[in-house]
Ligand binder design. Sequence first.
Ligand code: PLP
Length: 387
Amino acid sequence: MKLNENVQKLPSSYLFDGVNARKRQAQIKWGDKLCDLGVGDVKLPLFKLVADEMKKACDEMTTREGFRGYLPPSGLPELKRAISDDYARKNVRLSPSEIFVSDGGKSQLSGILRLLKRGIKILFPTPCYPAGAEAALLEGNEVVYAPSDGDFIPYPPFGERYDAVFLCSPNNPSGVALDGEILSLWIDYALSSNALLVFDGAYADYVSDDYPSSIYEIPNADKCAVEIRSFSKGFGFTGLRLGYVVIPEKLSTLGALKTRFDGCSNNGVSYVVQRGGLACLSNEGRVLMKKRVSYYKANAEILRVALSQVGIRRVSGDCSPYVYAKCPDDFSDETFCAFLSDKLGVVASPGKGFFQQDGEYFRLSAFADRATIFKAADRLCSLKFAK
Ligand code: PLP
């Protein structure tokens, strides 16, 4: 058997497998008192509106007229139209033909890379969600990590050549959203160096009104950027799986490759799930999502306050369901996460897993019910560190 040697270039296990292993370990001691703020997975149930629409779609499938077989791999036309209408609310004009529906965002981080030449040089400003960088390594590319500045803002490396750059805003794990000025700089960079900008908007639903939620709100982005979106974090679709990638008309060669690639590699997303997605994008669905997002963001704020009360001061941006903070002195990210899970029963993720090279940060996920968040905040408040 000849195996893919690139797998060996990856860390020995995926970040969240390690976080879950630590959770299982802590569960032995803490049982149901454990506060799981590790993996960024939603915890509140699916909206009834969405479930009802999916049930309706199932029932329709039991009739001759309503039965659906294979669908267009790029998605149901009505869902693509609804996505295009959703962008129009932000004054972004996208045609449904520029939208490619997918089973969430993660598959598209690697999906886009499979359309590019192998062995290219790709930049990942850090900290970053690990899946994109690992996919780039798997495809045999050269991956360069570039630490963002002290405020977690990444600046483009004018004068250096990269073939692609992965940008995530709002960022996982830092929660920092990039403003129009920084995004314009990245677009200037991409255009001047002929690089593809892969804009990961998995947390677009969490951005506050002060920041762009889409790269296409910035002039000329349609000449150099693709955008990945997900229904996971706003609509609670982590288990159902739905997302999409936008490839603008001006990058039509890439779009044509995507169509050809999808034609031979997948048959798209389940009809029932796409009908659920349509319910999400209705007026009622969007109101429910905004309320849910506010709930998770309020959770994050409770955790931020608790951390700053115990002297953990360097806590990052507020445009996400995460809190990213600097470990107290004398702790590395690994030893602090071990301390939190063992001594406080709070599971966290180490910054190293997000390629934060200094090993000084940890992430708490605010995807939990309020009672769990209060319990975790109380336990954090019992700590004392030098202010
Ligand atoms: N991008 C980022 C930044 C993420 O944090 C995640 C999931 O945590 C994803 C993409 C993938 O999400 P999904 O595949 O559930 O859409």
